[in-house]
Design a protein around this ligand. Sequence first.
Ligand code: NAP
Length: 437
Amino acid sequence: MIEYRNLRIALLGAGSVGAQVAHQILNHGEELAARIGAGIELAGVAVRNLDSPRTADIPRHLLTTDAESLVLGADIVIELMGGIEPARTLLLTAINSGADVITANKALLAHHGPELFEAAAQVGAQLYYEAAVGGAIPIIRPLRDSLAGDRVTRILGIVNGTTNFILDRIDTLGESMEDALAIATELGYAEADPTADIGGYDAAQKACILASLAFHTTVPAEAVYREGITDITREQVQAARKAGYVVKILAIAERIKDADGVEGVSARVYPALVPDTHPLAAVHGANNAVFVEAESAGPLMFYGAGAGGVQTSSAVLGDLVSAARRHVVGGPGVGESTHANYPILPIGAIRTRYQITLSVTDEPGVLAEIANIFREREVSVETLEQKTYGSDTTTPTATLVIGTHEATEADLAATVAALEASPVVVGVASVLRVEGL
Ligand code: NAP
């Protein structure tokens, strides 16, 4: 067997994930070396502040604030700093100086993935990012390798643990959105500024990464349609449960045809009704799950811890072993495949089912008027339920819950606009899409 010098590993960041990755390399280096077929050495760990508290012991002499010098001497660079800069520049420097790179940085990949993949392809470097979506859950490799011979049709992902935790508490404990968010913050699931999670931004970055990979297409981060959970109410979640659904915020990547028959990719994030019999309905707490539908494989589900320093380090270490093996053997990296380059279709092109809750005046002829509004916009009603009578206003009102057959988002939007303008409609309380059927 050829003896190989120790591979020099540069670690950028020693926070929640980075400290655990350092711990694994320092404590299980021999076992990792045996799996790789070459020794590995943690050359250094770049941090912002040498004195920040760490969740694992890292010898002081390994810590540095000079990330650039560390990168220049490395065989493999692991970026766990987060944010766009200096992470982007450091990874480009690493790639251009002959290193293979690993990152868990979904924001960086969503916004600068094509630039990084292109740089890596130019020099034959590898770029691994298993931890960027779903934390510990293997989903990038299954999509890139295991399903490489199949054709993925749709991905439905619960990819943000914080919002799943919040929606799950509203559903199972009857908490308000406000209380559930406060608990999530107290337990450390939500940041002090929770916008990235509850606004759906974090999930949108993951949808971008999944859609690009699954459909061999460059999906710009800005092309991902996004709605967060801020408008979801306890009443909606409870009504959904009674009707046989669970409210989940989903990252959806789908290959669809628009009204003109053009095949393209839709990438979107929004809270949706999932049938309570669907496997995604059983994903509780802060867990993540990615449900993949492929033409030959059929439905597959990948489930587990979507975050956590220790858990996420598992995915990073898996990338390290893969990258190190290829570094030893040589040969070009696994390039990002964008051969299909489907057009990215706007939200108006998607077809799904909807559940609309509206308050109407309780008078003869109202149902006929409502039915007319749907029919004229070619949205077919599947179910109609009259829920409660309101007696708190001078005009008696009724609540209608209308389930539609599949319709395009554009037709649905026109229907909702017409409902809002109709004199018999007091208000449209909620419009939720139904997914996973
Ligand atoms: P974190 O706890 O905030 O740690 C960031 C680390 O990077 C810290 O050690 C910090 O140094 C260092 N750092 C930040 N800016 C730097 C700079 N300009 N120069 C040098 N060092 C710098 O972050 P994390 O939670 O471990 O997340 C790391 C990455 O993994 C992110 O991209 C995140 O999206 C991704 N990820 C995280 C999780 C998770 O569960 N946490 C799961 C999946 C993916 P100091 O310690 O000195 O401040």
